[in-house]
Design a binder for this molecule. Structure first.
Ligand code: ATP
Length: 359
């Protein structure tokens, strides 16, 4: 409760419909952002991520629910503070740099209320922070995509907003640049002690850049947690599948144990009766089969060697499962193996519809 009260940004039951009478695009979304925290909103295309960000920025009006920054209401059905008065910075997907202004002038743009000398000093400080002081007099077309991204970030940070919002900030970059740029952006945000919300549909991006992740599905925030929590302790089938590959099994649970198609599993929390459990492929391993050995036996159906690791698909009695091992595992297609769990399976809420209706 304490962190909730101390939150910098508090979004409560946020709801938005673009067409009266239709399903809401954002549906009772609730989450908080703490000071200096990077929150990623992660979800598939069309689930309402950008609309959520635009509501927080003030580009859209709130139908129901509220948005509060430092306890002050910015948006609710009766209040709409103009975007430029919210103290919120927005980094657009296409960076939106002014092509006719050099890097320094682009960054100075957000500081128009200050005298020229102070503007220039603050903009240069910002360029130093992003490691681009030497590029001050270059024009946007003379920069790489990653450099443009950093300038856009510097321009947003320069007026010292309370929080910044980044909409799919790495989507214009190729795979290699994406990774290095996201490391840089995270380190710049941390150096600037800045709070941020970043929207992405890329689970790896969210897991690597965010302090916490809010997983969004069909307009609703279905789970909020640290990257480790949402990855290792998904609460629903959707979260389990969206955050990476997983094995889902119907299970008959009794306390902290359950029987499943891959045998007896320990559970991450107590449950009773019919449940669905998730166990990630890297939380299973394989051992050599020999007659009379204990455990669930299966046959190697496929083997995907990926250099530093291997993914096996194993045929069990009535189903398949994926097992992710290191590259020293010797089994090949057709081998008889024993599948063994390394970690407890995660009990999902899908069979308990009343348990977690609200975030
Ligand atoms: P993506 O990752 O593809 O950008 P998203 O999760 O950000 O998707 P939104 O852009 O928020 O999703 O859109 C959610 C839904 O709302 C979509 O079905 C979209 O077509 C619809 N939508 C967004 N803006 C408007 C608008 N101004 N008028 C009508 N419908 C809209």
């Amino acid at each position: 409760m304490e962190t909730y009260l101390n939150s910098l940004l508090r979004v409560t039951n946020l709801t938005k419909r673009f067409v009266a009478g239709s399903d809401p695009v954002v549906d009772r979304a609730s989450f908080t952002v703490d000071p200096h925290e990077i929150l990623a909103i992660l979800g598939p295309s069309g689930c309402g991520k950008t609309t959520t960000l635009r509501l927080i920025a003030g580009f859209e009006r709130v139908d129901q629910g509220s948005i509060q920054l430092k306890g002050k209401t910015l948006g609710c059905p009766y209040t709409h503070i103009a975007p430029e008065k919210r103290g919120i910075g927005f980094v657009f997907q296409d960076y939106a740099l002014f092509p006719h202004l050099n890097v320094l002038k682009n960054v100075m743009f957000g500081l128009r209320h200050l005298d020229r000398k102070t503007r220039e000093k603050q903009a240069m400080d910002m360029l130093e922070l992003i490691g681009m002081k030497d590029y001050a007099h270059r024009f946007p077309h003379e920069l790489s995509g990653g450099q443009q991204q950093r300038v856009a970030l510097a321009r947003t940070l320069a007026p010292k907003p309370e929080i910044i919002l980044l909409d799919e900030p790495f989507s214009n970059l190729d795979a290699v640049l994406r990774q290095s740029t996201r490391d840089e952006v995270r380190s710049i945000l941390k150096k600037a002690n800045m709070s941020a919300i970043l929207v992405t549909h890329d689970q790896e991006e969210a897991l690597s850049i965010a302090d916490r992740i809010a997983v969004m599905h069909e307009g609703r925030i279905v789970q909020v947690g640290t990257p480790e929590e949402v990855y290792y302790q998904p609460r629903t089938e959707f979260v389990a599948n969206f955050l990476g590959k997983t094995n889902l099994f119907p299970a008959s649970a009794s306390g902290l144990e359950a029987s499943t198609q891959i045998g007896h599993l320990m559970l991450n929390r107590p449950a009773t009766g019919d449940v669905v459990v998730s166990i990630r492929p890297e939380h299973l391993t394989l051992e050599k089969f020999f007659p009379g050995c204990a455990g669930t036996c299966g046959k190697v159906l496929t083997r995907e060697f990926k250099g530093h690791d291997i993914t096996y698909r194993i045929q069990l009695q009535n189903c398949h499962c994926l097992v992710h091992t290191d590259n020293r595992m010797p089994f090949v297609i057709g081998d008889d193996v024993i599948v063994k769990p390394l970690e407890p399976a995660v009990v999902l809420d899908d069979n308990h519809p009343n348990k977690h209706k609200e975030e």
